[in-house]
Design a protein around this ligand. Sequence first.
Ligand SMILES: NC(=O)c1ccc[n+]([C@@H]2O[C@H](COP(=O)([O-])OP(=O)(O)OC[C@H]3O[C@@H](n4cnc5c(N)ncnc54)[C@H](OP(=O)(O)O)[C@@H]3O)[C@@H](O)[C@H]2O)c1
Length: 344
Amino acid sequence: MPNITALATTTEEIVLNQYRTDHTISPSHCLTMQTIEAARLEPGQVRVRNDFIQITAVMADLMTEHPGLPMPPYALGTPLWGGAVGTVTESAADLPVGSVVTHMSGWREETVAAAETFWPVPIEVLPGAEYVLNQGVTAYHGIVDIAQVREGDVVFVSGAAGGAGSLAGQIAKALGAKTVIGSAGSDAKVAYLVDELGFDAAINYRTESIASRLQALASEGIDVFFDTVGGDQFEAAVQAAAPGARFALCGALAGQIDGGDAGSPRLDIMTAIVKQIEIRPFTTFHTPHQIQAWNQHYGLWLSEGKIVFPHTIVNGGLEAAPAVLDGLLLGKFRGNVIVRLDRE
Ligand SMILES: NC(=O)c1ccc[n+]([C@@H]2O[C@H](COP(=O)([O-])OP(=O)(O)OC[C@H]3O[C@@H](n4cnc5c(N)ncnc54)[C@H](OP(=O)(O)O)[C@@H]3O)[C@@H](O)[C@H]2O)c1
């Protein structure tokens, strides 16, 4: 039986108190936790007590006034949105109390909304409900549809210990890539990629030269680059590319986190032309087709042991979430980052 707590009259949420005007300002500086009156249920609505919320790097960008991203920015004075998993504690709809659901209104203790804005979590096929809080749709779309990884490919993934990168590398391997190489920011993460996620090799971009390591690890060149970092890692990948290499550009973490031009590479056009590199930046819109394509493989690959869900769960409740986002940007965590909310 699910452990349903008594309905409270107040509830907590985290709101944006000021825009993030500079990358040196920590996200937590711009966030406040506030207590509000719990909403009453309207017909057709349910109340969901959140158990886990997802924290991702892009949330820091959404705190700026004009992020210029293909998703709604955070608005001053309102709670942040983001992936969450929770349990229905009260229902005025055809979704029973006790149902475990996922939704996009995270950063709050509870969410009250129309029942159709929640999706049931397939807990029968997943080791835990929090397993739905992953960046697999993006990783799968980038590796399968954009880079079109095939058997025998040599694949390089930058930001490989992060939420998207850690799944992208494993997906490439599951599809038959011959060699998967990742980059990450510490020796511990390098070991994690190789020992626990099945990467063939990994490079510590803080202490090693990406260009010379790629030359040593992939003497015939890389066929695919899944890039979440940009900047000098992209430049190194161009030099290391095999003829006809496919580049799926997912993110520019170096610029998002370090600011300035750090994420903006200088493109060696002649090399790109001579090698005929296909450079494809992409945005994942989480279409029903993309979600279904990932979900069909996710449960199966987990059960077959072909992939693991790389994630870090941080305890500490909703109040811990802002500092967790700060820590994420500093490279403190690995995989997909999830905060467990307290239950009384
Ligand atoms: N195209 C799309 O549709 C789409 C969808 C989702 C996400 N994205 C983008 O994909 C990227 C990855 O997202 P994510 O949520 O998976 O992020 P993430 O990898 O969890 O981001 C945090 C990681 O960034 C790394 N990092 C910090 N500073 C860095 C630097 N200067 N250079 C390189 N790495 C640095 C850190 O790892 P280390 O310790 O290894 O440095 C840190 O753990 C982001 O740019 C995001 O905006 C794009």
